[in-house]
Design a protein around this ligand. Structure first.
Ligand code: FAD
Ligand code: THG
Length: 842
């Protein structure tokens, strides 16, 4: 193939002489320069499936000045891609990953190498040998319907038809997905290399990257053993070598390389005469952490059942020193023995066979199992496209190319954003522990609320000691310990009637949450709001800056709090914020993901300072009809409705504790968020607790919190809406002031037509029914959308579910599919609870 000969070692042309880097431009100049040039200079590190797909996607978008540097020989340079068996199962709890996989199927299906398509649509079959797994297959069928993947749960007899080698008696059922199949990863690389080269890209193999040059916080060049390559953008697509490249760039790359076993059998008499590479569906036997594919008359078996085998990416041998290839370690038969026995149990045709060859192949695991995509916040122009499976490679590459060329991916990728990890989640120790855990759990049945088990506790609020005394049941989020309910409230639950739950929805749930919700509506409760991200924005330009960045009008006197939205240029919701004006030029922002700070920092002019103050501060929400009676006696300031209005902020003292008090409530009850520094947090808790005794104060957890906020219709960013949605679609048009002047996203909103989908409130008809989120919603029997968040509304006596659906009239009957069951629901008017705001504004 021309691309290989052109780039092979013998004919490799010398790299172009590296011109001395231009004098360091200010970032804005660099941007202007980049725009003035037809195409910025992009250097991609690594020609695995991700690097090759990325070069193809970039050049397709007109960024044709792309150089791909690869240390090994093309087209199989010895990374994970070079030996990937290429199974593509599209269905995933993550909508983003499912979309990535669907694009891989579509793209590689249309791509040819040597006259063969690069994707073989043999279908997928996931097997259940336990009742628990069978229920999970029904949930996976629901996910597939939600995200638009064809699939159905089939009986054992159908599994046997699809896979004649199975022992049908061992199987309870399967999930059949006819559009899944096998990606031919190396041919897909070749086809994309050829196409990208035709558009002007060059692939230089046998070039080992040894350094990343930077100036003024921007990349300027990539250094190799054969010269330097100037670059406006550098993308590390180095797979599990990511941390090595990251160290050169001064960027944390939180991934752990782990070896994973793959073995091939001898030829099987039962498959004798097979001509095609594969004809039967790719198989998953998750109850034993196994997957299986055909290689003509042999089977290939992959196992996640063995001990985690971490590999230090800094000590991986170079291509010429590696026994086979750098990503391939010797097979350890002892580790495979139990998996082999499990295969023979399931597939009796293996009885007379044996493993002919195998290897321990290395690839990447991240702390949360999701890829690492996006531009580093530490180094402008340095991008990551790592920890990506072959399954998601084409889609992930497309997203990164869109991000680079258009400024944002076409669909939401926040779950993959490399900036999602907090500082405390980026240490090598954390990455090692979590990465290994992801390996172990890869095929486990994982509940949506299931927390990280270790390392815990990591981040705790100042109230942690009190929370433990009260018997808090903690889950984890963003590294924080977060109480979901308190055993101390169990006596309150005795008087509260709640419907029985099925085993799945009863996990990580307690009827105590119902009692806590009720106490919040009837009396008063303390909520730990410490994990709520807080930014301080200050400086002479702060107001003008925030006005330009957000949708609502913030030009109000100090003391005002405003609910507002961060949009991107296309009008998509990047975040929803509360902005408290503490002084003329000082604001406190209540934010969502770490991406909010990054986004603001990127746009901030020199006279604006932005600081994340979350870790040094803490927050308690005091909410309920007795909140005023509780707080007022502790302060000399006027906390009456006239003295301290709704959505106002005040500095005051509560007893000994200086606090910033904000009158707002995500649970829809009278009350305040009370902020203080971390050192005084415990004192604040104790002060409120003491004062609340005579009002029957309780501590309440996130389980009740989530129920109350859904009753009130308050959206959660990242779950209910993302940058895929406009404010009008999400029901947040009230936070947009088109008359306030220009702001990011305004022009796009002007052009936005009538929403074709809406975030819609549903009430389940049966007072005993519950759903949990991500279930498909059917209108007239056809899938029409999916649930975002759901929670039992203890005040309403019904489960509330928010869903993305085409516009539907109130009262429309729909059904939600929950573990294979049709659950009737009705479109409801919002807000479902206290539409007059009589509970908050008084
Ligand atoms: P790679 O293919 O590793 O490419 C990275 C490239 O960067 C390498 O070629 C490397 O040489 C190059 N590089 C690194 N450092 C430098 C440097 N300093 N200078 C120049 N070049 C450098 N995924 C699936 O979807 N389905 C499967 O069935 C599947 N099965 C698997 C089975 C096994 C045994 C293994 C090991 C992995 C499997 N995977 C599977 C995972 C999949 O193979 C990887 O996630 C994927 O191939 C990663 O692609 P990549 O392009 O990111 O990395
Ligand atoms: N508290 C603070 N900041 C936050 C949140 C919070 N920032 C992130 C996230 N949570 C923002 N989400 C909301 C959602 C709704 C409301 C507040 C924050 C809210 N809305 C009222 C309503 O819709 O009726 C008031 C809107 C208005 O008057 O404009 O209260 O929990 N600090």
């Amino acid at each position: 193939m021309s691309s290989t000969s052109r780039t092979s070692r013998s004919s490799a042309h010398a790299p172009p002489p590296a011109p001395a880097p231009a004098p360091a431009p200010a970032p804005t100049h660099a941007r202007a320069r980049a725009q003035a040039r037809a195409a910025p200079r992009v250097v991609v590190i690594g020609a695995g499936i991700v690097g090759c797909s990325l070069a193809d996607e970039l050049t397709a978008r007109g960024w044709t000045d792309v150089t791909v540097l690869e240390q090994g020989p093309l087209p199989a340079p010895g990374g994970s891609t070079s030996h990937a068996p290429g199974l593509v199962f599209q269905t995933n709890p993550s909508k983003t990953l499912t979309e990535f996989a669907a694009y891989t199927v579509q793209k590689f299906g249309a791509l040819e190498a040597d006259g063969l398509p690069c994707f073989d649509r043999v279908g997928g079959l996931e097997l259940a040998t336990t009742e628990e797994r069978l229920a999970d297959l029904h949930r996976r069928a629901g996910l597939a319907a939600s995200w638009g993947v064809r699939g159905e749960v089939v009986p054992a007899s159908r599994c046997k038809e699809l896979w004649p080698l199975l022992d049908e008696s061992k199987v309870l059922g399967g999930f059949h997905t006819p559009d899944d199949g096998l990606a031919r990863a190396v041919p897909a690389c070749r086809a994309q290399i050829a196409r990208a080269e035709r558009r002007g890209a060059r692939f230089l193999d046998r070039h080992t990257v040894t350094g990343i040059e930077r100036e003024n916080g921007r990349v300027t060049a990539v250094v190799t053993d054969r010269g330097a390559f100037p670059a406006d953008h550098v993308v590390s697509a180095a797979g599990f070598w990511g941390p090595v490249i990251g160290r050169m760039a001064g960027v944390d790359v939180p991934l752990l390389p782990l070896a994973h076993q793959y073995a091939r059998t001898r030829p099987l008499p039962a498959l004798a005469g097979a001509r095609a590479e594969a004809t039967r569906p790719i198989l998953r036997f998750q109850d034993r952490d196994l997957y299986v594919r055909e290689h003509a008359d042999r089977l290939g078996i992959g196992s996640y059942a063995h001990r985690p085998m971490p590999v230090d990416p800094f000590t991986v041998p170079a291509y010429d020193e590696a026994p086979v290839m750098p990503s391939s370690y010797p097979f350890t038969p002892d580790d495979f023995a139990p998996s082999w026995a499990d295969c023979r149990w399931l597939l009796p045709a293996l009885a007379d066979s044996e493993v002919e060859e195998g290897f321990n192949g290395v690839f990447s695991f991240t702390p949360d199992g999701m890829p690492l995509l996006g531009e580093s916040r530490a180094l402008r122009g340095f991008w990551l496209a790592e920890a990506v499976w072959v399954t998601h490679a084409a889609g992930a590459a497309k997203a990164v190319a869109e991000w680079m060329v258009d400024g944002r991916p076409a669909t939401d990728v926040h779950e993959c954003d490399l900036g999602r990890f907090e500082a405390a989640q980026r240490s090598p120790a954390y990455v090692a522990e979590r990465g290994a855990r992801q390996f172990v759990e890869v095929y486990d049945v994982v509940h949506p609320l299931q927390p990280v088990e270790q390392p815990r506790p990591l981040r705790v609020s100042p109230f942690h000691a009190r929370q433990r005394e009260l018997g808090a049941y903690f889950l984890e989020g963003g590294g924080w310990e977060r109480p979901h309910w308190y055993e101390a409230n169990a006596p309150l639950a005795e008087g509260v009637r709640v419907p029985q739950r099925d085993a799945w929805s009863a996990r990580y749930w307690s009827p105590i949450a119902a009692a806590e919700a009720r106490a919040t509506r009837e009396r008063v409760a303390l909520y730990d709001m410490t994990p709520l991200r807080r930014l301080e924005v200050s400086g002479p330009g702060a107001l003008a800056f925030l006005q330009r960045m957000t949708t609502n009008n913030l030009a109000r006197k100090p003391g005002a709090v405003t609910y507002t939205l961060l949009l991107d240029e296309t009008g998509g919701i990047r975040s929803d914020l509360t902005v408290a004006r503490l002084a003329e030029d000082r604001f406190q922002i209540g934010a969502n993901s770490p991406a909010d700070e990054v986004w603001l920092l990127r746009h901030a002019p020199g006279d604006v300072h932005i600081r994340d103050v979350t870790s040094g501060t803490c927050c308690i929400g005091v909410w309920g009809p007795f909140a005023r009676e509780l707080v007022q006696p502790l302060t000399r300031d006027d906390f009456s409705h006239r003295g301290f209005g709704y959505f106002r902020v005040k500095r005051t003292y509560l007893g000994l504790v200086p606090v910033t008090a904000m009158r707002l409530s995500y649970v829809g009850e009278l009350g305040w968020e009370l902020y203080t520094s971390a050192d005084l947090g415990l004192r604040l808790w104790d002060t409120l607790w003491e004062a609340g005794r005579k009002h029957g104060v309780i501590a309440a957890g996130r389980s009740a919190f989530n129920s109350l906020r859904l009753e009130k219709g308050y959206r959660a960013w990242g779950v209910d809406m993302t940058d895929e949605h406009t404010p009008y679609e999400a029901g947040l048009g009230f936070a947009v002031r088109m008359d306030k002047g220009d702001f990011v996203g305004r022009q796009a909103l002007e052009r936005a037509g009538e929403p074709r989908r809406r975030l819609t409130a549903l009430l389940l008809d049966d007072p005993a029914a519950v759903v949990l989120g991500k279930e498909p919603v059917y209108v007239d029997g056809t899938p029409a959308g999916y649930v975002t968040s759901a929670a039992y509304g203890y005040t309403l006596g019904r489960c509330v579910a928010y869903a993305w659906l085409p516009p539907l009239a109130t009262g429309t009957a729909v059904h939600v599919e929950y573990i294979g069951q049709k659950v009737p629901a009705t479109v409801a008017d919002e807000p479902l609870f206290d539409p007059e705001m009589s509970r908050i504004r008084r």
